[in-house]
Write a protein that binds this ligand. Sequence first.
Ligand SMILES: Cc1cc2nc3c(=O)[nH]c(=O)nc-3n(C[C@H](O)[C@H](O)[C@H](O)COP(=O)(O)OP(=O)(O)OC[C@H]3O[C@@H](n4cnc5c(N)ncnc54)[C@H](O)[C@@H]3O)c2cc1C
Length: 467
Amino acid sequence: MAAIAEGLTLDEKALAELQGGFRGEIVGRDHPTYDEHRKVWNGSINRRPALIARCAGVADVIAAVKLCRQHGLPVAVRSGGHSFPGLSVADDAFLIDLSLMKGVRVDPEARTARVQAGVLLGELDRETQAFGLAAPSGIVTHTGVAGLTLGGGIGWIMRKHGLSIDRLRRVDLVTAEGELVRASADENEDLFWGIRGGGGNFGIVTEFEFDLVPLGPPVMAGPIFWAMDDAPEVLRFYRDWVADAPDELMTVVLHRKAPPLPFVPDELHGKPVVIVISCWAGAVDDGEKAIRPMKEFGKPVADACAAKPFMTHQAMFDPSFPPGRWYYFKSCDVPGLTDEIIDTTVEHSLRISSPLTSFPIWQMGGAVARVGEDETAFNGRNTAFTYNIGGSTATADGFDEEREWVRNFWSAIEPYSTSVYVNFLMDEGQDRVRQAYGARKYERLKALKRKYDPDNFFRINQNISPA
Ligand SMILES: Cc1cc2nc3c(=O)[nH]c(=O)nc-3n(C[C@H](O)[C@H](O)[C@H](O)COP(=O)(O)OP(=O)(O)OC[C@H]3O[C@@H](n4cnc5c(N)ncnc54)[C@H](O)[C@@H]3O)c2cc1C
């Protein structure tokens, strides 16, 4: 037997067999790149898996699953590594890492893309935008397509074109038994329903196929800044402005200390600001007209909302959420921005201490809300805004205070909350996972879990327990 971690041994023959046929790379604790490959986006997570299987293809994934199944090894699955609570790495687990699986094939005529599990959002945009196409995804380019899509996928073009899962045609998935299956609208339909929101609970998705939509490349998009003292009026105006906004308009509101970016005047750096960021998924001229009222409200202190390539806009948040910083989040959905919610938001935002903390409020609705609540496992389609309250520091220094700020703020907003987006949960326990899906859908997901993974082999995730 070979000791692969404290208290965890593996039959040497089994390990040698896996290594022998493996096309990717097996990284053990004594491998020179072990520390590099066990790292995840959230720097506050520091876990030591027993082995990292860096899969090069489906055959590697199947081999790794079968080995773990036979030997009863706990399995963690990683694609982009951006799970807020680091649910893609675990101490002493066998880590199935898909980040080498980078294939993307766009069919510009059929307007589809086949995307392997290790692809990041920016990599997918690079391939689709070459043809003036896009798949709805998220707002930071280094996030993984896989984890984001399996939870739903909210982003800049969702109000016009739906969630990532609303444009998903098919997946290839390796089950807990190590079998490769397909799920789509007409093959394993129940599984296809479950993976559209149910996360990694039912198996390892090795490939996604998306329908693409025409977009840009130029879009009217970007941030407009006001001093945070003006936030009560800005947020009230904003609320009324977006109330009957067309689907083309998607906005995110941010509160933070102004970052030292080139388009932010020097005298603002470090001062608290409120920022309305827009993206118009349509003709640039129409976007200019639609966004003008917001640009002209009050006294903006900076305005970088202009025509630009969609990929430039997609990368806008990258410097604000780099890998390695310490992050903590608490999230919830609210049915509207009432005066009480606005005042609570401003009160807590004025108390932000870390210059790195910046939390988004997402405008929902549009195409997202026009898909029936029962059509996919994703829940909360009728919510109006999603609060993703997050605190961040460069290191452990000051992290406890920032986390406390997040918790206090969330406790003040949570009484107004209706649901929570599963991809914005920390490790908050079964009740919160249940809340994310709603009681009825959660029971349906549990039944599906009993069918596809009765032993809870895939349990290092936002877990839907089969029991
Ligand atoms: C900087 C940042 C920006 C974000 N922006 C957005 C956004 O704009 N919109 C949005 O909707 N969400 C956003 N999120 C949340 C994001 O959707 C989740 O964190 C998501 O889980 C990340 O996917 P990943 O592949 O990078 O993560 P990973 O950490 O690799 O995986 C996350 C979870 O999914 C499971 N998993 C991963 N790959 C697979 C697979 N191939 N098959 C089965 N299970 C798998 C893992 O086991 C883990 O439980 C953001 C997160 C971060 C950190």
